[in-house]
Design a binder for this molecule. Structure first.
Ligand SMILES: NC(=O)c1ccc[n+]([C@@H]2O[C@H](COP(=O)([O-])OP(=O)(O)OC[C@H]3O[C@@H](n4cnc5c(N)ncnc54)[C@H](O)[C@@H]3O)[C@@H](O)[C@H]2O)c1
Length: 437
């Protein structure tokens, strides 16, 4: 099948590449010429495990191409995916500027029937606005399908190739049949295609992200309470997770959620509800808890070292909003690093993949280190912010040697308090008792 994917970011690039891998002819479109030029030269602008190799293979075999020419790509394809960003506007509403501009441009370029598929996460009712934007620009027939994306950065290829489910929102049998054909190769394990109306498909994506964010904020509150009452949140987490009604996923307390999806999607649901005259106090609380949680680690630092951190030096392990990505959008590390800098501290940062991205945020205000140990030199403490696997089994003796003081603020509970005690560290986990050296 011939496809165009408009918006070549995390979602568009992964989706386009995986559809090509499934045997389709795919043109990925973006309006950032430098990005398209880099991709044409074989340089992948984001870090996502396995992606580079998959792109190389599909480009070499002639199934995957990159272009800035949206109109040409639309003319060459039956199915046009819209995968541009939908960032938060000032009032929390999702900014649909790019989505609607693309819809209009697709309409202008069409020379016959097209299936226009929304992959971007959009507020409930957007399918109708897309339909109007396309219809205003063309006389040709088309269908609008809502096909939200559930991939996780860091495991995006796997998620796309073996999705738990595929949600297809639409009413046209013709378009739904096209979508079935497209996704069938990815559903050989028997996971379902769920066909529903457009509004329910749009809502499904928001409900999923809002529920996951709610679990995180809930566990962060439980962790904070554990610290006050002397309970161990890691034991509590396991204790509740074995309840099959609850399950183990997304019960990890930490430094708050970040990334390009949860923060903006929670805001967008709240805004969408308000537009329909409905307050959503539960999600307001989820947001408030998350904002507070992003500040918790620095509050613990202040508790230990005092409000004035001049003359202190802190190492940060992990900057990406989660492991196996270089994405720092809304990452808790931004709040944490700025919280330390704002109190006068010197900050030395390390991340296995996000250093280039970090430079765009922090400029010359921090020092950048290619290895985690290098960042520890003369540090008063290290803050674990992202749970990269390579941080889990460090050489504790070497850490102690490098650091001015053996103090660890673990925002992800990647170490065991007993182990830290044995190695002589002062250790601040989340929702568990503090260990004193
Ligand atoms: N990142 C994720 O993990 C994820 C997962 C599921 C859903 N989503 C949703 O998918 C959408 C895209 O997310 P993303 O993370 O890939 O965003 P992104 O910012 O990484 O990518 C968007 C791309 O669209 C391009 N673009 C913007 N306007 C354009 C235009 N008019 N014409 C052509 N290209 C244009 C941008 O240059 C950029 O490359 C969002 O709605 C997001 O909520 C993201």
């Amino acid at each position: 099948m011939k496809l165009s994917v408009i918006g070549t970011g995390y979602v568009g690039l992964v989706a386009g590449t995986c559809f090509a891998e499934g045997g389709n002819d795919v043109l990925c479109v973006d309006n950032v010429a430098a990005k398209i030029e880099a991709l044409r030269q074989g340089r992948v602008p984001i870090y996502e495990p396995g992606l580079e190799e998959l792109i190389r293979r599909n480009v070499a075999e002639g199934r995957l191409g990159f272009t800035t020419d949206l109109a040409d790509a639309v003319r060459r394809s039956l199915v046009c995916f819209v995968a541009v960003g939908t960032p938060s506007g000032g009032d929390g509403a999702a900014d649909l500027g790019a989505v609607l501009a693309v819809a209009h441009a697709v309409g202008e370029a069409m020379d016959g029937y097209r299936v226009i598929v929304t992959k971007s996460t959009v507020p409930i009712g957007t399918h109708e606005r897309i339909r109007q934007a396309v219809a205003a620009a063309t006389q040709h027939p088309f269908d609008v399908v809502s096909n939200p994306e559930f991939m996780k950065e860091g495991a995006a290829i796997d998620d796309f190739m073996k999705p738990d489910r595929v949600v297809i929102g639409g009413t046209s049998q013709r378009a739904i049949e096209v979508m079935r054909q497209l996704y069938e190769p990815f559903l050989r394990t028997g996971n379902p295609i769920l066909v529903m109306d457009n509004a329910s498909a749009e809502m499904t994506k928001y409900a999923a992200n809002a529920l996951l964010a709610t679990r995180i904020s809930f566990m962060n509150e439980i962790a904070n309470l554990c610290e006050r009452v002397g309970a161990d949140v890691e034991l509590v987490r396991r204790g509740v997770g074995y309840d099959r009604r609850i399950g183990h996923h997304f019960l990890f307390p930490g430094v708050g959620y970040g990334g390009s999806c949860f923060p903006k999607d929670v805001k967008a649901v709240i805004h969408n509800a308000h537009e329909h005259g409905m307050p959503f106090p539960l999600l307001n609380a989820v947001e408030d808890v998350n904002e507070a949680q992003k500040r918790r680690l620095v509050e613990k630092v202040v508790g230990e070292f005092g409000e004035d951190l001049h003359g202190r030096r802190f190492a940060i392990w992990g900057l990406a909003f989660k492991p196996r990505t270089d994405d720092m959008r809304e990452a808790p590390s931004l709040t944490i690093v700025n919280g330390l800098l704002g109190r006068g501290a010197a900050v030395a940062v390390h991340d296995p993949e996000a250093l280039a991205e970090a430079r765009r945020h922090f400029g010359d205000t921090v020092t950048y280190h290619r290895t985690n140990y290098e960042a520890l030199q003369d540090a008063d403490a290290v803050l674990i912010v992202t749970e990269w696997n390579e941080f889990r089994r460090p050489d504790f003796a070497r850490m102690k040697q490098l650091m001015r003081r053996p103090v660890v603020f673990d925002g992800r509970n990647i170490y065991e308090p007993e182990v830290m005690r044995e190695h002589g560290f002062t250790y601040f986990p989340v929702g568990r008792g503090v260990v004193r050296a």
